[in-house]
Structures are given as C-alpha cells and as structure tokens.
Design a protein around this ligand. Structure first.
Ligand code: FES
Length: 108
C-alpha cells in the first residue's frame, strides 16, 4: 500500500523553460517567479534596475512563449506589447519562453 506523504499545500506552480536566445540552454522558469528571478537563480544576471516594472531597463522581446503580469499596467506602451516586448522583472511565464539576447534600445 502506498501513501501520499506530501503535505497538502495547494496546486504547485507550473515549471517552464526560459531561453535567452534560441540557441542557449534552457533554464527552469517557475510560474511563481519572474523571469528575472529565474535567470538570477540560474546564475544569469540580466540588466535591471527598479525591478518593479517602471524603469524599463530590463525590457526584452519575446521570441516565443507567453507571459503574464501581476501588476496592472507594466511600463510598456500598447505598441511595445504588440511588438512582443516584455519587462522580465515583473513578467511570469505562462509557457516556455524564449527571450531576445539583447536589451531593447530605443529606436530599434
Ligand atoms: S528593472 Fe525596471 S522595469 Fe524591469
């Protein structure tokens, strides 16, 4: 007879994979951590400053995958969102995510 000995803590957040370029090795990206936090836990320091979605220092383009935010309106214009830009400091993965390897530079 087998028993489930794990404590009941509610549903576990999904774990996805984060790649910083299409070629890079994937790193684990938990659904309850921002992409910036997941990268840092894997020893990868992405450029960041405020870490609250307002300064835009961390802005990158999503090449594939989906993210969600827990703040009402992260510091992105509607057009930037449409073009696939995200703020990894406040973005949580909803799927495997591939991010561009370079920062967004104004005028790109
Ligand atoms: S670090 Fe400031 S918006 Fe991401």
């Amino acid at each position: 007879m087998s028993r489930n000995t794990e404590p009941c803590l509610g549903p576990k957040p999904a774990t996805h994979q984060l790649r910083l370029t299409p070629q890079a090795l994937p790193i684990p990206a938990s659904g309850n951590q921002t992409l910036l936090q997941s990268a840092a836990l894997a020893g990868i320091e992405l450029m960041a400053s405020c870490r609250n979605g307002s300064c835009r220092a961390c802005m990158r383009r999503v090449l594939s995958g989906q993210v969600s935010y827990r703040i009402e309106w992260p510091g992105l214009s509607r057009e930037e969102k449409f073009q696939g830009f995200i703020l990894p400091c406040v973005a949580y993965p909803n799927s495997d995510v591939v991010l561009s390897s370079t920062q967004h530079l104004s005028g790109d």
